[in-house]
Design a protein around this ligand. Structure first.
Ligand SMILES: Cc1cc2nc3c(=O)[nH]c(=O)nc-3n(C[C@H](O)[C@H](O)[C@H](O)COP(=O)(O)OP(=O)(O)OC[C@H]3O[C@@H](n4cnc5c(N)ncnc54)[C@H](O)[C@@H]3O)c2cc1C
Length: 337
């Protein structure tokens, strides 16, 4: 089961009215994906007076959560409001944002062509890919309906709100046992469910039990809900384990097709293969950067924003170096007479 496909429609839908870029011209930078990472890059580049186009599918990964946490000055803010604010800020600096899903990227004449679902083709000198990721949820009845509310994944995002509450940890694999230890500072009332992971190694079980964690090996049949609020997990034998919140372990699937199509190198991470980037977001393909969850499973909102800003500074630095080199060559030509 995958997270749903509902699309975010920003309330600020007006296009930038002041773009002066004739159609057919190359953009300085196309940013694929307009979530925290892509919009952060777009804001810096638009404010640096670069011709920036953001093509965004409008489905930020955290759109299921009513509130986000751990984001300085925006703790408890709505993720969709953050994106909405970002759209407005980028547009006010003359960045252009279009709602469009990119289906193909290809190298073209020293730059890149980007094809959208409608068949439109846009060209740029450089690309920043900020397409995020998809969470593949365990297929337990009622679980996807609670995703982002009663069922969450990230202790840094939602652990604090679980303090003192009855917490379930639905392990996806035996390696996920770490998550149970992460939850303990928030609540002593923790039940680990091994229905999906299979039984844990004896040493892991002993350690968890020593720390006061209950272990439940029986099969989970469904999420129990009362008035749209998660109240427990039901087991196959009819037992209901009362809970306030469940931490699950969805599989992480980076939405990196635009990078794969360009042949970007990949690297193994503890959460599967991701496209490899350096500290500035550069991929192995010259002229292509990648930021946020598209390349980093651990990129929470502030990390994704920082990565977008870092890449933008590097991209702009390259553009300035090119402009200086071009001006120097022109000056040399003038001097030669
Ligand atoms: C339920 C949940 C709750 C979370 N809570 C928190 C929290 O409290 N605090 C926190 O810091 N983090 C939280 N996160 C993590 C947060 O979602 C990520 O940090 C953040 O979304 C990463 O930003 P991003 O820009 O990389 O990707 P996204 O925000 O996912 O943005 C990617 C954008 O690219 C678009 N896109 C994808 N493919 C294409 C394509 N082919 N063409 C065009 N556009 C495309 C998508 O539609 C989307 O709009 C949570 C995650 C989940 C799942």
């Amino acid at each position: 089961m995958t997270s749903d496909s509902s699309t975010f429609s920003p309330t600020d839908t007006a296009r930038s009215s002041s773009t002066t870029i004739p159609s057919g011209d190359r953009w300085d930078v196309i940013i694929i994906g307009g979530g925290a990472a892509g919009l952060s890059a777009a804001l810096i580049l638009a404010r640096a007076r670069r011709r920036v186009l953001v093509l965004d599918g409008g489905q930020p990964r955290n759109r299921f959560a009513p509130h986000m946490h751990g984001v300085l000055s925006r703790d408890g803010y709505s993720p969709l409001d953050l994106v909405n604010d970002g759209y407005r800020e980028v547009r006010s600096a003359n960045g252009v944002i279009r709602t469009a899903r990119v289906v193909e990227t290809r190298s073209s004449d020293g730059g890149f062509d980007v094809v959208t679902e409608s068949g439109a083709v846009e060209s740029a000198h450089r690309l920043i890919v900020a397409t995020g990721a998809r969470d593949v949820l365990p297929s337990i009845p009622g679980l996807s309906e609670q995703w982002g509310r009663g069922v969450v994944a990230c202790p840094y995002c939602d652990g604090y709100e679980a303090k003192g509450r009855a917490v379930g940890v639905l392990l996806g694999s035996a390696a996920g046992v770490h998550k149970a230890h992460m939850i303990l500072p928030y609540s002593p009332d923790v039940t680990v469910f091994t229905a999906l992971s299979g039984p844990l190694p004896v040493d892991d079980r002993r350690l968890l039990e020593h720390r006061g964690v209950r272990l439940e090996d029986r099969a989970v049949s469904r999420v129990v809900v009362d008035a749209d609020r998660l109240t427990g997990l039901a087991l196959d034998d009819g037992t209901v384990v009362p809970l306030d919140v469940v931490f699950a372990e969805p599989a992480f699937a980076p939405l990196d097709d635009p990078l794969r199509q360009l042949g970007a190198d990949r690297v193994d991470t503890p959460m599967g293969q991701c496209v490899e980037v350096d500290a500035f977001g550069r991929t192995s393909v010259a002229g292509v950067w990648a930021v946020g969850n598209a390349v980093n499973p651990g990129a929470l909102v502030p990390i994704a924003m920082g990565a977008g800003a870092t890449a933008a500074l590097t991209v702009n630095g390259e553009i300035i170096a090119e402009e200086v080199a071009t001006a120097s060559a022109a000056l040399a030509e003038v001097r030669r007479g």
